[in-house]
Design a protein around this ligand. Structure first.
Ligand SMILES: Cc1cc2nc3c(=O)[nH]c(=O)nc-3n(C[C@H](O)[C@H](O)[C@H](O)COP(=O)(O)OP(=O)(O)OC[C@H]3O[C@@H](n4cnc5c(N)ncnc54)[C@H](O)[C@@H]3O)c2cc1C
Length: 269
């Protein structure tokens, strides 16, 4: 299908992007890997596309106690980033390397995926399990959201109308931690039928998040046996996989992610 006619502007500065976003029918364009699909289906019909590709918001930076990942960092860059090779952070690149195909990984960005909030997308589980923060900016200034308060429902986030994701900040886990991402993917698109990210800490405690099975990604509660927990969540079914099958897959990917994260934590001691 062909999208409806649309104006295009490339922002050279954040101020220009915000100015263009004053038009309520304007939409930010990052890698275009999700937006163009929904425009072709005419589910979304923006009057103006504001290309933020030249704002220099990409890259991974190791800082004191945290890792900053720019919103425009592509999946391919994440999969290759040397700063993310530690067992505690390796789930990031592991997840990114399994997203879509080569073209999607070369164009698609972390910020675009989080803002789009497709309930089948992979990376939300990783930011939840790692306890990441999402830094957003608007003409009114900057604010930081916990990943756990960012995803509100299918294709719905806590982002305001003129807010732009700037960066994802991941607290550097202590030595002796391990992480992993595991998914069972849709064979055509690569999206998660069920995906799980796990982080195991030096004291053996863990954080596990699941995506692809409900209307939004979710963290498993601390006090529940993680392997049994998907049974407690509300899980949906569709023509690709019934709710019962998805529930089963969720249990499988949680177990796999936890086992791999545990092994990696031991290797890091
Ligand atoms: C064939 C195919 C297979 C795919 N497979 C997978 C998969 O296996 N797993 C998976 O998770 N995803 C998959 N995707 C989606 C892919 O990961 C997209 O790259 C990602 O969802 C969106 O990133 P983008 O940079 O392309 O965003 P865009 O498409 O440019 O934008 C998406 C939305 O986010 C908004 N936006 C973009 N950047 C920002 C920002 N910095 N701040 C605020 N809002 C912003 C846009 O306005 C738009 O509403 C697939 C896509 C395709 C086409």
């Amino acid at each position: 299908m062909i999208p409806a006619p649309v104006e295009y502007v490339r922002a050279s500065t954040l101020e220009q992007a915000f100015e263009a976003l004053a038009d309520p029918d304007a939409k930010l364009l990052a890698g275009g890997q999700s937006l163009l699909s929904v425009m072709k289906l005419r589910v979304v019909r923006p009057s103006l596309l504001v290309d933020i590709g030249r704002l220099g918001l990409g890259g991974v930076e190791a800082r004191d106690g945290e890792i900053g990942i720019g919103a425009l960092t592509t999946w391919d860059e994440l999969a290759r980033a040397p700063e993310l090779r530690r067992p505690a952070l390796v789930a990031i690149g592991e997840c990114a390397a399994e997203i879509g195909d080569l073209q999607v990984r070369n164009r698609g960005t972390l910020g675009g995926s989080l803002a789009h909030a497709d309930p089948a997308s992979d990376f939300p589980a990783v930011v939840l399990a790692l306890g990441a923060r999402i830094v957003v900016r608007s003409p009114d200034g900057e604010r930081t959201l916990e990943a756990s308060e960012f995803f509100l429902g299918p294709f719905t986030t806590a982002l305001g109308p003129q807010e732009l994701i700037m960066e994802v900040v991941v607290p550097t886990p202590s030595t002796g931690s391990g992480s992993a991402y595991s998914k069972v993917e849709h064979p055509a698109s690569g999206f998660a039928l069920a995906g799980a990210a796990a982080v195991v800490r030096p004291d053996g405690s863990s954080a596990v998040a699941v995506t692809g099975v409900g209307d939004k990604p979710f963290l498993l509660p601390d006090d529940v046996d993680p392997a049994a927990a998907p049974a407690e969540a509300e899980i949906f079914g569709d023509r690709f996989a019934s709710a019962e099958f998805r529930r089963h897959l969720a249990g499988v990917v949680v177990k796999r992610a936890l086992e791999r994260a545990r092994t990696r934590a031991e290797e890091d001691r």
